[in-house]
Design a binder for this molecule. Structure first.
Ligand code: FES
Length: 269
């Protein structure tokens, strides 16, 4: 069976815009990314597409496939083809670099602002850790699902606020802010809440929920945003408890037979 691909093109240097049509054979296991790479290698080398891991981990290959946001490397052509046709477009609501490649630099700059890492007051210990921090399975579950975000940007494609406000802290950024705020090891909640409670932050979200439908990893950014609003309101009325980050685990006790275990002989060459 042959499949027709209509691929959105944009090459600013030569003023190229619109859809190009390519026909390729549907083979067993063919993903949309495989098909685009086949087109690039065998039919039209000017086609640009971004990818890296080819296994749904790096988040590079997000695009709109037959009207729906998805990862091209994770989408089987046979599952999405309609009447022998597949239409492929870049993620909307982001600046376009070329063809299917969008510019994520403004997203990464906002991501940096929310400090997406565990912050500790004791910087000395954090720079030179000796042991891991304590965390119970229940504490892990507080943020686990939000840590599955791969920053593909597909949530941005479905966000009505991102489509009209380029300064908006996109769903993935706000979800990551929440993820670190509720991590029991973290002590940077105040800093993050200050960033996301400003204009273009969490209160600009309309709660359309499109971000959660679009996420290919099952993350629920819409929920994280509402929980983040709750943290900010609790802080405003003085109900947010002061948070002390988890302690580090104690040194492993040395057993009574410590000195009785024979050391292995030194290796001779
Ligand atoms: Fe890495 Fe698709 S190439 S997620």
């Amino acid at each position: 069976m042959k499949v027709k691909f209509f691929v959105k093109r944009y090459i600013p240097d030569i003023g190229k815009e619109g859809f190009d049509e390519y026909e390729i054979e549907l083979t067993e296991g063919l993903t949309v990314l495989d098909a685009l790479l086949y087109i690039k290698e065998n039919i039209d080398q000017s086609l640009s597409v971004r990818y890296s891991c080819r296994m749904g981990i790096c988040g590079s290959c997000g695009m709109i496939i037959n009207g729906k946001p998805d990862l091209a490397c994770h989408t089987q052509v046979k599952d999405v083809v309609e009447n022998g046709i597949i239409k492929v477009e870049p993620i909307p609501n982001l600046p376009l670099v070329r063809d299917l490649v969008t510019d994520m630099s403004s997203v990464f700059a906002k991501h940096k602002k929310i400090k997406p890492f565990v912050i500790r007051k004791d910087e000395k210990e954090q720079e030179n850790p000796v042991r891991e921090y304590k965390q119970t399975p229940e504490e892990l579950l507080e943020y686990l699902q939000f840590s599955y975000c791969i920053q593909c940007g597909l949530c941005i494609s479905s966000c009505p606020v991102s489509s009209t406000d380029e300064l908006f802290f996109e769903p993935l950024i706000l979800a990551q802010a929440y993820r670190f705020c509720v991590d029991s090891r973290d002590e940077g909640i105040e800093e993050r809440l200050n960033v996301v409670s400003q204009s273009h932050g969490v209160f600009n979200c309309h709660f359309a929920g499109g971000c959660s439908n679009a996420c290919p990893k099952g993350v629920d950014p819409a929920l994280a945003i509402q929980l983040l609003k709750r943290l900010i309101l609790k802080r405003a009325i003085g109900f947010l408890k002061k948070k002390k980050g988890a302690d580090i685990v104690s040194p492993y006790p040395e057993g009574p037979n410590k000195d009785k275990i024979p050391k292995p002989p030194p290796k001779t060459v």
